[in-house]
Design a protein around this ligand. Structure first.
Ligand SMILES: NC(=O)c1ccc[n+]([C@@H]2O[C@H](COP(=O)([O-])OP(=O)(O)OC[C@H]3O[C@@H](n4cnc5c(N)ncnc54)[C@H](OP(=O)(O)O)[C@@H]3O)[C@@H](O)[C@H]2O)c1
Length: 255
């Protein structure tokens, strides 16, 4: 029986866990506050789910999803993750994570920094460019005609193949965006980032600007209207990845 470990069980982690359980994969969830705070999520997921510490989730997983704020990435248990295929959903938001100069200057990428900390693990950046709700609404069975493609990036070809197999079981095709040095191609506000999965990508981008204004003026952000999502075929994603300019933090509307 395959097991997927989770370090971080928030919006992204818990939705991926739902897809995993639906695919017949056992899940071990963890967060920063301890397994006792995940009782309700585990109950909702059913008998394939259990909660543990981050270290236990890392050791239990055949793959491990790390889905936490960038600011917490140094807490990831490097020894327990050594040798594992780690799916990294992390994005960098200075307003949440604090300023990281090597990212602001474009000298490196979030995933290269996480890989540096997890030296023994095989990192694959994945599920970082799709909104949490689209993870559920756009997942499709392997034989569906309207499958959505997600980019992956990583330095280990076998780990990327293994991650792609897992992602397919969860409901998505994949497009290889290259090694981790190329993973900027789907960091926040690049062309493949989040908007192409919306029914109206232009409105989604405009929504980021509105959210940025609301945050700057101290008003609580409005909850965006529910969007069912639009399937993004692999060929279209390949073009977006190839043609996107790099977006440095200073050029983003939401940072
Ligand atoms: N939300 C999206 O649509 C989206 C899309 C793509 C990528 N992402 C990225 O994916 C990551 C997760 O996003 P999210 O929206 O799922 O965040 P979230 O809902 O805030 O969940 C974050 C999770 O990380 C856990 N966590 C925080 N610090 C930790 C630590 N030191 N050790 C173990 N667990 C820790 C939290 O546990 P506690 O609650 O116990 O602290 C929580 O379970 C972020 O980097 C985000 O930028 C998000």
């Amino acid at each position: 029986m395959a097991t997927l470990g989770f370090i971080g069980s928030g919006s992204i982690g818990s939705n991926l866990a739902r897809l995993a359980v639906a695919a017949g994969i056992d899940v071990v969830l963890s967060n920063s506050r301890g397994p006792q705070t995940l009782t309700q999520t585990v109950a909702e997921l059913g008998e394939r789910a259990r909660a543990a510490t981050p270290e236990e989730a890392a050791r239990a997983g055949d793959w491990v999803v790390v889905s936490i704020p960038m600011s917490a990435s140094r807490d990831l248990p490097a020894a327990a993750l050594a040798g594992k295929v780690v799916l990294d959903t992390i994005n960098y938001y200075p307003m949440r994570d604090g300023t990281i100069e090597s990212l602001d200057s474009g000298r490196t990428t979030t995933s290269e920094l996480v890989q540096e900390h997890l030296a023994g693990a095989k990192l694959v950046k994945a599920f970082s460019n799709i909104s949490d709700f689209h993870i559920l609404s756009l997942a499709r069975p392997a034989d569906a005609a309207d499958r959505t493609a997600l980019p992956i990036a990583g330095d280990d070809p076998q780990a990327k193949a293994s991650a792609a197999d897992l992602i397919s079981l969860l409901g998505f095709d994949t497009v290889d965006a290259g090694p981790l040095t190329e993973s900027w191609r789907f960091e926040p506000e690049t062309d493949p980032y989040a908007a192409p999965y919306f029914t109206d990508p232009g409105a989604a981008r405009a929504g980021w600007a509105q959210l940025a204004d609301a945050l700057r003026s101290g008003n609580p952000p409005q909850t965006p209207p529910a969007d069912p999502g639009a399937p993004l075929p692999a060929a279209q994603l390949r073009t977006l990845l190839a043609e996107t300019p790099r977006k440095l933090t200073a050029d983003r509307v939401l940072a």
